[in-house]
Design a protein around this ligand. Sequence first.
Ligand code: GUN
Length: 288
Amino acid sequence: MNLLDGKKCAESLIADIAKKVAGYVDSGLRKPHMTIILVGKHAPSESYVKSKITTSTLAGFDSNLIRFPETVKEAELLAKIQEINEDQTTDGVIVQLPLPKHINQQHIINAISPDKDIDGFHPTNFGRMTLGQKAFRPATAYGICKLLQFYEVPIKGKHCVVIGRSNIVGKPISIMLSNDFDIGNATVTLTHIETPRELLLDETRRGDIVIVAVGIPGFVTEDMVKEGVVLIDVGINRLENGKIVGDVAFDQVAPKCSWITPVPGGVGRMTVTALMINTLVAYQNNFN
Ligand code: GUN
């Protein structure tokens, strides 16, 4: 069993970005700039945002965090996004999700300029990604691809089984791995909450690569996968005792895997890294 070490991969990719940024700054250009909008006081969001800001500093970027109270009106958020869209010194913007229930998440995502949509959630980027065109790709899915690429895990021709059909992970990773990308050309099965249990087991047991993003601790057990599987655990679940665990029963499943991501230190680090890659591209696009 080998670990797909997201921390090691992230450090290497962030160092590459920092080197490029130092070169741009040496030649007289401003630094890349990322803006984050955070609404309310959702504990996991606070932690993700902190990690994004810390990593952006390591990458050599400038960043700013704009906070709004839980009670903010949709119109106020839309006005702020419009202001950021027009601001020539901001390359990428993230609206941290989830948003409070009274705000229509899709309205907010749709308002972000596709050129600054480093999360890759805007329908324009999602559409371009689906069509195999140049696009900002959703960060978690893109981060998983970068991690597999870093460890030279073969993807082309493999049977990949995705568990979970969310717009931010399951759907985009299934599209990206099946597309004719540099990191792709797999045969993909997308399973989800409505997949009958027997069908789910049939699929996961013949998967060469299994990617799970359901948010249920210990969902993937040893009997669900074959010997030598590559297992990507997207879950970040906090147990009552405060421990962070993934969606895989790691101790029982890991011995069966050829490769597996740890939680923490796996996919989570790669999400933030992919955001930095997207921010750098948004910045480069501004100067080309
Ligand atoms: N909330 C959970 N994951 C994400 C993400 O990748 N981007 C944003 N904006 N919010 C999130």
